[in-house]
Design a protein around this ligand. Structure first.
Ligand SMILES: Nc1ncnc2c1ncn2[C@@H]1O[C@H](COP(=O)(O)OP(=O)(O)OP(=O)(O)O)[C@@H](O)[C@H]1O
Ligand SMILES: [Mg+2]
Length: 231
């Protein structure tokens, strides 16, 4: 299996205030899958995503990605792994306001081993004509597509998205989701995306529902085209 989470446990606090953000979570994903994670606020979605991205440490259990058990890596090796192999997109775009679209993406290109061709990526992002624009000159959807470009330029094995359309209207959301579907198709990038929107879950190969730190359902499905989503 391409991604294997085994019996992952993450606790916060001690004694009375002890809380299991992840309570023995196990999950397997195939390469190239789009997995959507649904669940109420505080259920552990971001915690799981952070663990997959090597952004935090588990208390117990293991995570293996592309043959590498990342939970065994030293802090330094994990940082390196994350920089080279993992792309992350958040609800807020976190673009550098003083840099243009092209420059924002190039920041990451410079530190990548096998970057994707920038012009091809800009084309796919629909941002070729906006390459020299600053973030303040872009719509929300365009800014998020730029942020996705920054996550993708390194050609990550895994793209993690934490509510990437949370700040967008439905038209911009669809633009961004269309892009993610295209990227998944073109580069076979495995995508794990958190959303609150049941409509968005229809574009996934797999839908995982989390409640109180536990997976309550994990279903493969026939995914829908982004144009057909009711969002
Ligand atoms: N650094 C932390 N310290 C203490 N508790 C934390 C910390 N991070 C998360 N938690 C707790 O762990 C639980 C899971 O949080 P998480 O952020 O994973 O939820 P979520 O499903 O992403 O919620 P949302 O939909 O609101 O983003 C919550 O109860 C949260 O309060
Ligand atoms: Mg969250």
């Amino acid at each position: 299996m391409y991604i294997e989470v085994k019996d992952a446990v993450k606790k916060y606090g001690t004694g009375e205030s002890e809380l299991y953000a992840l309570n023995h979570v196990s999950l397997s994903l195939e390469k190239g899958e789009i997995c959507v994670i649904l669940g109420p606020s505080g259920s552990g979605k971001s915690t799981l995503l952070n663990m997959l991205g090597g952004m935090d440490h588990l208390d117990a259990g293991s995570i293996t990605i592309d043959g590498q058990e990342i939970t065994k890596l030293s802090r330094k090796a994990l940082g390196e792994y994350r920089r080279k192999k993992i792309g992350v997109v958040f609800q807020s775009y976190n673009l550098i306001p003083e840099l243009t679209v092209r420059e924002n993406i190039r920041v990451v290109e410079d530190i990548s081993q096998n970057p994707l061709p920038l012009s091809e990526l800009l084309e796919k992002l629909g941002l070729t004509d906006h390459a020299t624009h600053f973030p303040s000159e872009l719509s929300g959807g365009q800014q998020q597509r730029c942020a996705i470009g920054r996550a993708l330029i390194k050609n990550p094995v895994l793209l993690l998205c934490d509510e990437p359309t949370g700040a967008l209207d439905s038209v911009s959301s669809r633009e961004v989701l269309r892009m993610l579907a295209e990227v998944n198709e073109a580069y076979h990038t495995t995508i794990v995306m958190i959303t609150h929107n049941e409509g968005i879950a229809q574009m996934a190969d797999r839908v995982v529902r989390i409640h109180d730190g536990q997976i309550i359902s994990n279903l493969k499905q026939q995914k829908k085209n982004v144009e057909e989503l009711e969002i």
